[in-house]
Design a binder for this molecule. Structure first.
Ligand code: CP
Length: 316
């Protein structure tokens, strides 16, 4: 694997999830010499879990990390070619990516969708520019379109926690005061496809995700119908895809509460975090034993360690 940008960059995603679960049970010292290796983390957007879990994964492997909140601390970057750079953007990604590559053995990039330019978001321009111009592997720390490290951790969590062989998983839209990108939902669906999970998507009318991603999956517009007999409820907000970046729902009728959870097969509640309490989900669900969002977050370390190893394997 050269870069990890989408779940299907892993040659065998499902087998990799099983491998990570095995390695959690039987931890062995990593065999690659990573003492001299440096992981660079470049954040265009805020983070708690991704930043800390990635640094922890690197520490576990004996690597060093360097981290930059580039929007606040760095030069503004230009991503378009053939432009006269006479505005605010002082540096082109062509130079920046090559320079960072001389300092790092892997570069992680976080850059969310801006939700104002659909074409640019669909090109996943920022991360793909780094892929194009860097000379070392790139790891996606959440881009405009994908959040594969989150989905790998989610897959580990589902396989570890499932009480049944083929769990019914529901990805449910839930309300949020701000327009949010589609990356987490996109990658979650991609992951379910790669793991052959039984997935149903529940979202209000007008909130269907990109058809190319949801193809073949049942989309239900009545949340309580989707919840019946579910084993896992994965809550996530996303803004409209067709009416791009808009939030047209102002009520909280899709907030997940104990009444809705009682329709399920004693389902676990999942969320990638950060979660808005009493918007996405009520306090009582978050405080119940069904909430496994902290386990998901802790599995981010294991997912990232695995991916770093896979990327550095190419060097040996
Ligand atoms: N789930 C997740 O990626 O969390 P952060 O945005 O805090 O990194």
């Amino acid at each position: 694997m050269k870069n990890f940008i989408k779940c299907n960059d892993l040659i065998n995603f499902d087998m990799s999830v099983n491998q990570i679960i095995d390695s959690k049970k039987n931890p062995t010292k990593e065999i690659y010499n990573k003492k001299e290796k440096v992981l660079g983390l470049i954040f265009f957007n805020p983070s708690l879990r991704t930043r800390l879990s990635t640094q922890k994964a690197a520490m576990n492997l004996g690597m060093k990390t360097i981290c930059m909140n580039i929007k606040d601390e760095g030069w503004q970057l230009e991503f378009d070619d053939n432009v006269i750079m006479n505005g605010d953007k002082a540096e082109h990604v062509r130079e920046a990516a090559k320079v960072i590559s001389t300092y790092c053995d892997i570069i992680g990039i976080r850059s969310f969708a801006n939700l104002s330019n659909k074409k640019s978001d669909l090109e996943d321009k920022v991360i793909n520019s780094f892929v194009k111009h860097s000379t070392v592997p790139i790891v996606n720390l959440e881009s405009a379109l994908s959040h594969p490290l989150q989905s790998l951790a989610d897959a580990i969590t589902i396989k570890e926690m499932s009480k049944v062989k083929n769990p019914k998983i529901v990805l449910s839209w839930a309300p949020h005061p701000k327009p949010l990108p589609h990356a987490v939902a996109n990658s979650f669906i991609e992951m379910c496809r790669l793991c052959d999970f039984d997935l149903t998507i529940a979202n209000p009318i007008g909130y269907n995700l990109d058809k190319k991603i949801t193809k073949g999956y049942k989309i239900i517009n009545k949340q309580i119908d989707a919840f019946k007999n579910a084993d896992f409820i994965y809550a996530k907000n996303w803004s409209c895809f067709d009416d791009y970046g808009k939030v047209n729902i102002k009520d909280n009728s899709w907030t997940i509460d104990e009444n809705k959870m009682s329709l399920t097969n004693k389902a676990y509640f999942m969320h990638c975090l950060p979660v808005r309490r009493n918007m996405i989900v009520t306090d009582s669900v978050l405080e119940s034993n069904s909430n496994i969002s902290i386990t998901q977050a802790s599995n981010r370390v294991h997912a990232t360690q695995f991916i770093i190893n896979e990327l550095l394997k190419n060097e040996n």
